[in-house]
Design a protein around this ligand. Structure first.
Ligand code: MN
Length: 517
């Protein structure tokens, strides 16, 4: 297996932890299924001890029965390890991922422990975890600022205690490719039985070096890369899965390494994560950006037409960019619809498929051409679930010089109960909707950002409304899609109400703990 690089995806843990990328349970399950189809080796599903909501979602991913190893994050305390064990009870393959800080600053000020105490703490946790898991990964938090000699001593002790994977994160995104190569080379050379464990890298992109550093780590001996789809994650994000995988594949001549990734699923996976989180991919993003394969300059086009390899180092079909943007319409049948869903990377159960097909027909009646983006919106629109449901909306606007010229009436249901009308006035329809919703929510609602964009092309295109808002101290993002942009805006607000409702449930036990790795 020396030529195999394990792909450890942390979109659901490190990615989801970043502001504006939080996902609800249904969305996490969709992403987990997408990652399975992609062929990742490990899915880090979350940090079960962080909150009840995190525990439930790790458990639900474990219950999907996937082939990928499902990993749960944990501190060294027994309660955290027990939570991972309970959450992953039914997973086909489970992994416990323990972290503890090793740098002088953390030893002295945060943990108030000596070097030996930290080693004892880590090895004790590994030994305890081995009762439940035969696959244990150990992370040295803040490894970048840890003395090299001590890192070797720490990891040697964790190997002897039974850890199978050793992770050396660059949490703050500070190292350079040659430095990290030397670091891994040093560990490979100095650890006894280094070839019986997997060295793992976890790089952040603060200097735009996360992918380059991951390749540096691989050159030094790392055989697991921790990464996320589209590189999402805190601050500048994590190492981007699609970029590191395509670098290894395209430059196989140099690295002579392989991964288990089906690269034709990369583009669909990118679309699914982008749609679920509402954070769009920049057009010039490598591999999955809209312009990544667009050759506009005349000289390039001429070269491409004559011989593709003149200017293309990769073919778009290798990463799953759909060759044609097939347009569906009201005469398209089940087969065409199912087929398109598959190409777009969605794996959907039979029952949900039936509901989706009905909604697809309704949409095809409202607009002539149904594009890929419309289908994505259809799938993901069904997943913004929660107790609040918008039945209907009516807006009355006066075109007069007044600052209170719009009135919105929202017909809403809570938890399947009888519909009620909530009204609000404002200086425009969106403002009126927000004011109506303010009457329902018991805490202060503040809209920070509001955007409407066309989902596809044409004047009958659906509009996607994206709203970022705070309710009390918590920040949420919601999206809504409709052929009517005012309705889309109302749906986005309802999706925020539902996220707020779920979040309140979480806070009953304890506030969420985030892991700084
Ligand atoms: Mn991280």
């Amino acid at each position: 297996m020396a030529d195999y690089v394990h792909i450890f995806d942390t979109t659901l843990r490190d990615g989801e932890q970043s502001p504006g990328c939080s996902m609800n349970m249904q969305e996490k399950l969709q992403v987990a299924r997408t990652l399975e189809d992609l062929g990742v080796d490990v899915i880090e599903a979350g940090f079960p001890a962080a909150s009840d909501g995190d525990f439930e979602s790790v458990k639900a991913v474990g219950e999907l029965g996937l082939n990928a190893t499902i990993c749960g994050l944990s501190r060294t305390r027994r309660g955290d390890i027990d939570a991972v064990a309970r959450a992953l009870e039914t997973a086909n393959k489970g992994r416990l991922h323990i972290f503890i800080a090793t740098s002088p600053i953390h030893r002295e000020f945060k943990l108030k422990m000596s070097k030996q105490q930290i080693i004892d703490e880590a090895t004790g946790a590994i030994e305890y975890g081995l009762q439940f898991f035969d696959d244990v990964e150990i992370t040295a938090e803040d490894a970048g600022r840890t003395e090299m000699d001590y890192l070797v001593e720490y990891f040697q002790a964790t190997i002897d205690a039974g850890a199978r994977v050793l992770n050396v994160p660059d949490t703050v995104g500070y190292v350079t490719p040659s430095e990290i190569r030397q670091q891994y080379q040093h560990l490979s050379d100095h650890l006894v039985k280094a070839d019986s464990v997997i060295l793992s890298c976890h790089c952040h992109n603060d200097l735009g070096l996360a992918v380059a550093n991951s390749l540096g780590a691989i050159e030094g001996g790392a055989r697991q890369v921790e990464c996320t789809i589209n590189g999402i994650g805190e601050r500048a994000g994590n190492c981007s899965l699609e970029e590191v995988v395509m670098a290894l594949r395209t430059r196989h001549d140099r690295y002579k390494l392989r991964t288990g990734i089906d690269t034709t699923k990369l583009y669909p996976a990118s679309r699914v994560v982008s749609a679920v989180t509402g954070s769009s991919v920049q057009p010039n993003k490598a591999i999955v950006g809209r312009n990544a394969f667009a050759h506009e300059a005349g000289i390039h086009q001429d070269g491409i037409l004559k011989h593709a390899e003149t200017y293309e180092i990769m073919r778009p079909e290798t990463v799953g960019v759909p060759e044609n943007t097939l347009v569906l319409g009201k005469h398209s049948g089940r087969h065409a619809f199912n087929n398109r869903l598959e190409i777009l990377g969605f794996s959907i159960g039979k029952e949900e498929m039936e509901q989706l097909f009905v909604r697809f027909k309704q949409l095809a009646d409202r607009k002539k051409s149904v594009y890929d983006e419309d289908i994505e919106a259809l799938v993901l629109g069904t997943q913004h679930s929660g107790p609040w449901h918008l039945d209907a909306i009516s807006i009355h606007t006066e075109v007069e010089q007044s600052d209170q010229c719009a009135e919105a009436s929202l017909k809403m249901r809570f938890d399947g109960g009888a519909p009620r009308i909530y009204s609000g006035r404002g200086d425009g329809p969106v403002n009126a909707i927000v004011n109506a919703i303010r009457k329902i929510i018991d805490d202060e609602l503040h809209v920070e950002e509001f955007q409407v964009s066309a989902v596809s092309s044409g004047s009958d295109a659906q509009g996607r409304a994206t709203v970022r808002a705070t309710i009390g101290p918590s920040r949420y993002q919601g999206t809504g899609v409709s052929t009517d942009i005012v309705e889309a805006s109302a749906q986005a607000m309802v999706s925020i109400m539902n996220r707020h409702h779920q979040h309140q449930g979480k806070e009953i036990s304890e506030s969420r703990i985030t892991a700084a790795i």
